[in-house]
Design a protein around this ligand. Structure first.
Ligand code: N2P
Length: 363
């Protein structure tokens, strides 16, 4: 009898106790930006439950964070402008290195690049990085415009090219932050210039092709559109194109996708693992970051999402085809030609977002 009572007691009480002690980490990351197996493994190995939400533009991430109390423990902002801006606003927690033994796996040269905005790398570790460029549906473009040189942003931004390719689907990711620098560079301007005259040049570039653009949509939707053949030319993030290429190959319906990094020099970006200052589960967040910085885990992520990481020891376990793909890991010449976005002052940011609204509306 007593034993049965104890059993009943345990049955009623233990789940409650377990729930009270359950550890959780709330992750807010880009869409299509992790190996699902890594998340499963983390949960299995640590017993920490991962609640996972996604965004697909810096505008969305910053909007969520600037309202405060996002409830997230991990966010993945691009070093500039978003990470820099959040840091300046006091919205990021300093990282406790004592809880991050795998920090030593990080590439010191890459981390030095982001130390310019985060002295001593106190608030963030590079997760993945990449470029902004064009996803092209090669089979259709070859049929429509066999003579077209597919080596840079001319394919999209030269109005006569856009006109030729319009009927097979031109798309641009919906992000002023990650599109304007490439438009400025193509227009022969400093990609980080923000005099009114420069913004006007960027606007002219975008408006010049506007009527040929079928969709200005979130990067995640562009990935899908490339993979299923609906997009023919799309300005978006490198690894998203390479993921779309892999998906299209798998589907085996003859959709052939290629990535082109702008010949004039591509926008290069670094996405940072960071913890919001008001994160409710900072311990679990540190455990999650430390787990991601393991070479075997990082290799699985790069293999899955086709973005380079900042853990050199992971390379040995990265598939040769991914490691040797210059669209994933740019070579020295591509890196030398590339540029990194800076953080525009607030009033310029407003002018840029008004410009973007006009581009979206087409007037
Ligand atoms: C992932 C998007 C890559 C992040 N789908 C761009 N910083």
């Amino acid at each position: 009898m007593i034993r049965r009572l104890i059993a009943l007691f345990c049955l009623l009480l233990l789940p409650g106790l377990a729930a009270a002690q359950e550890r959780v980490v709330n992750v807010y990351n880009w869409s299509d930006y992790i190996d699902p197996y890594a998340v499963q493994r983390f949960m299995r190995e640590t017993g920490i439950r991962v609640r996972y939400d996604v965004y697909d533009s810096l505008e969305t991430l910053e909007g969520k964070l600037s309202a405060g109390r996002s409830g997230y423990d991990i966010i993945v902002p691009t070093s500039e402008p978003s990470f820099a801006r959040l840091l300046r606003a006091g919205a990021l927690a300093p990282l406790d290195r004592a809880r991050l033994p795998n920090w030593r796996n990080l590439d010191a040269r890459l981390m030095a690049r982001v130390a310019e905005i985060d002295p001593g790398n106190q608030h963030g570790a590079i997760y993945l990085w990449g470029t902004v460029g064009l996803g092209l549906r090669l089979d259709r473009i070859r049929a429509i415009a066999p003579d077209l040189a597919l080596d840079g942003l001319d394919v999209l931004f030269k109005p006569e090219n856009a006109a030729r390719l319009a009927r097979c689907g031109i798309m641009v990711m919906d992000s002023a932050t990650d599109v304007l620098p490439s438009a400025l560079r193509w227009a022969g301007r400093d990609p980080n210039a923000h005099a009114l005259e420069d913004l006007r040049a960027a606007e002219q570039t975008l408006m010049g092709i506007r009527r040929h653009v079928r969709a200005i949509i979130p990067a995640g939707a562009i990935l899908d559109a490339l993979a299923n053949g609906e997009a023919c030319v799309a300005l978006t993030y490198s690894g998203d194109v390479i993921q779309a290429k892999a998906r299209a190959e798998e589907a085996g319906r003859g959709v052939e996708i290629g990535y082109v990094a702008p010949r004039q020099g591509a926008q290069l970006w670094f996405d940072m693992l960071a913890i919001p200052a008001d994160a409710p589960n900072k311990d679990a967040a540190h455990d999650f970051i430390n787990f991601l910085l393991r070479p075997d885990v990082m290799a699985g992520i790069t293999n899955h999402v086709r973005y380079p990481n900042a853990v050199p020891a992971s390379l040995a376990a990265v598939d040769v085809a991914v490691r040797e793909d210059r669209n994933v890991y740019p070579d020295e010449a591509m890196l030398a030609a590339s540029f990194v976005a800076s953080t525009p002052p607030r009033e310029i940011e407003r002018a840029r977002s008004r410009l973007w609204s006009r581009f979206k509306a087409g007037r």
